[in-house]
Write a protein that binds this ligand. Structure first.
Ligand code: ZN
Ligand code: ZN
Length: 236
């Protein structure tokens, strides 16, 4: 994160892995560092360079996030939930790979900020060649075990369901079309927002890690119950 106030830049270095930054440095988030209260003022954008975009869905009924693919992979705007088949609108997350802007002030008697809203992590996909499947049958159960060193996980901050209207020109989060203050404190009158099909975007990131997925089928007495519980494990 780059701070607006030059005097604070030298003695405060705010580096975060993007996994954490997508929620802790998201526009509007506040954090305390070196006795200073830091407030994120927006995303850093670079002229002529786009932020990577990915598709995903979120099902409110079963609380399931599903990764759909990179932007441009398909044009579907609605797909059924993997779990309950409810029709879901495809949403998008942008990876803020150029970082964020923030402003710092002395931490006075002001209440410490609430912890940043947590992002959600979910399984995206894995490299096919890295899979080591295993099938085990025991007394009343079957287990399918899948392990990969190269699982891709997605992390999404959807601003508590509201998502973000990021100004295409300055990187501020502004949910109206009027003039506003840019992350560096200047006046910005751009009306364009980073939207996909006129919808706001979430902030996100994708990373590779070890994954383990176990699916159990239980044979319960006279009838067969099919309970599939994927277990996600990040070990790196
Ligand atoms: Zn569902
Ligand atoms: Zn702007």
């Amino acid at each position: 994160m780059k701070l607006m106030d030059k005097s604070n830049r030298s003695n405060l270095r705010l580096q975060r892995d993007l996994k954490l930054a997508v929620s802790e440095y998201a526009p509007g988030s506040k954090l305390v560092a070196n006795g200073m209260l830091i407030e994120s003022t927006g995303l850093k954008l670079i002229d002529g360079k786009q932020l990577p975009l990915h598709h995903y869905t979120y099902c409110k009924s079963c609380n399931k996030y599903t990764y759909v693919g990179k932007y441009g992979v398909n044009d579907e705007t609605e797909i059924p939930c993997d779990k309950c088949m409810d029709p879901l609108r495809v949403k998008y997350y942008a990876i803020p790979k150029f970082g964020f802007y923030g402003k710092a002030k002395e931490l006075s008697t002001e209440r410490r900020p609430d912890k940043a809203y947590g992002s959600r992590v979910f399984f995206a996909d894995h490299a096919e060649e890295s899979i080591q499947p295993l099938h085990v049958e025991g007394n009343g159960y079957e287990l399918d075990y899948l392990y990969s060193h190269y699982g891709n996980l997605s992390i999404v901050n959807d601003n508590k369901g509201q998502q973000y209207f990021v100004c295409e020109s300055c990187g501020s989060h502004v949910d109206h079309k009027r003039a506003h203050t840019s992350p560096l404190g200047h006046k910005c009158s751009s009306k364009k927002r980073l939207t996909v099909r006129n919808a706001p975007i979430s902030l996100g990131h994708q990373f590779t890690t070890d994954i383990l997925r176990m699916s159990f089928n239980f044979n319960n007495g006279s009838f067969y119950t099919n309970q599939t519980k994927p277990i996600l494990s990040c070990t790196r």
